[in-house]
Ligand binder design. Sequence first.
Ligand code: GLC
Ligand code: CA
Length: 581
Amino acid sequence: MQNKKNSNFAEKKWWRDAIFYQIYPRSFNDSNGDGIGDLEGIKEKIPYLKDLGIDAVWLNPVYPSPNKDYGYDISNYQAINPEYGRFEDFTELLDAFHDQGLKVIMDLVVNHTSTEHAWFQDSRRNPNGPYGDFYIWRDGKESGAETPNNWNSFFGGSAWKYDPLRGQYYLHLFEEHQADLNWANPKVREEVFRIMNWWFSQGIDGFRMDVINMISKDNSFPDDCRDLDELAIKGTPYFINGPELHTYLKEMWEQVLSDPSKFAVGECPGAGFEDVLALSGLDRKELDAVFQMELMEIDHGNGGKWDIRPWKASEFSAKLTRWQQVLEGRAWPANFLSNHDQPRALSRLADDDEYHFESSAMLAVILLSLTGTPFIYYGEEIGMPNADFTSISDYRDIDTLNFFALERERGRDENELLKIIRYMSRDNARSPMQWNGKPYGGFSSTEPWIPMGRRYTQINAEQDLAAERSVYKEYQKLISLRKKTAALGYGSFEPVESDHEQLIAFMKRHQQGDYLIYANMSGRNALGQLSLLPDSLPEGFTMELEYSNYKRTTLHEQELKDGILNLRPYEACILRIVVYP
Ligand code: GLC
Ligand code: CA
């Protein structure tokens, strides 16, 4: 029977209808020739974004930061990083977006601050002062020099750092200059909520919340005694989805987020179905949506992201299916295939070379056919591939550099490490936006803070827009198709061929019409079995082609007769189910 469960999503919210575009400001557009992207640079590109058809942007952090983790180590929450502009530049940018009808959400990084934040500086100097308890300070184990427990930082090594001034260790789940805030202290929560409300009073439309499911820690700080791979992170069961997480988020909702026009999407690594439902279930009053990472772990081995393993289309399909189905009618999904923490989806999940155009458009079909809010990552709309740097000196990301240094110390081969890094490093997705083929890619008039992606002279916005087969134009087509097709953004999800080794196929069903999506994720021809369509489809239906990334205008009669869809390498189709009276 046709599934009507999704009527729970019928309540209008701007962010449910919106297509987001994520901007990594440092790498988007440099307006003043210092090699660093900036707010004025973003403003210059609003027409480009508006033409694409998006409705909202998420800005990665633009606050003052010593840049140990490029903005995720914040030293002042209520100011703009001077590298990016003045505060007035921010308000002008916000107004300029709003003038075009585009919303803006900011990054909220409150699991930790920079160790240069005034709170931390005070905390280490004055244990009994007002900020003494703002961070997580512990003595070492009785034995003296030993860290309080065996937890690891996500960026390598222990999660504890000794501060000689205070004579104690502080917790840092990320880089050692990113000290974790002590959310158990009500004063910390009060400050965070005050800051959030202040940003809303500046006119922003919402927040993307960095690692928000890590703010509550098990306050007994036990050792992690699991038997784990050497590269795996110890401690996660005690700080991911910790004991007071929901208490804190409900408080935040009460004090900051209850106005339905404010959008809150939380980044929640390690969150499973139950966690996501508890965090963003429709009646939960916590978050509006969650970025869960399961799809991004498709090529991770037991040792985590640096332990790369091959993946299969059938796994991809299984993950998509489970998440779409479990959340259906219960929690609104936030969908993405790329972001600033992942290699580019085009290089990771498809072919960024021989089938560059087909692959880029195929991934767009998947992203824009799922129920939930889609997030396009800058450059994705022109098929930007991995930066693919060949020398370790080209990398800037602390996670990458720490991994390289620590594994070299352990004696691992340099070339083996570089191969892993060329595939997995976050810097693959942080190289400057490729606007044109001139020196520095039209991003800047001078050498950028991070090198241009290796292939920017061939792959860039100027060429793409002039090409016969333009990825940007496919995005435009797909975005407008999505906007007029309720089934894509809101429909229920039914897998069609879940065990196929090459392709994924699913139906999106909605009162306003049913659609069938096929995506060949391989570089070989693939056969889709139309006979596997659900029995619940009406008698005598046929299909009409709404979209293909190949030059096909209809389904071939033979295909319909044989019940076999012939998909070429990386071909993706959207078909509408039609019943003639
Ligand atoms: C999140 C961010 C990532 C950052 C980390 C620490 O995962 O997306 O870029 O390094 O949190 O703030
Ligand atoms: Ca600049």
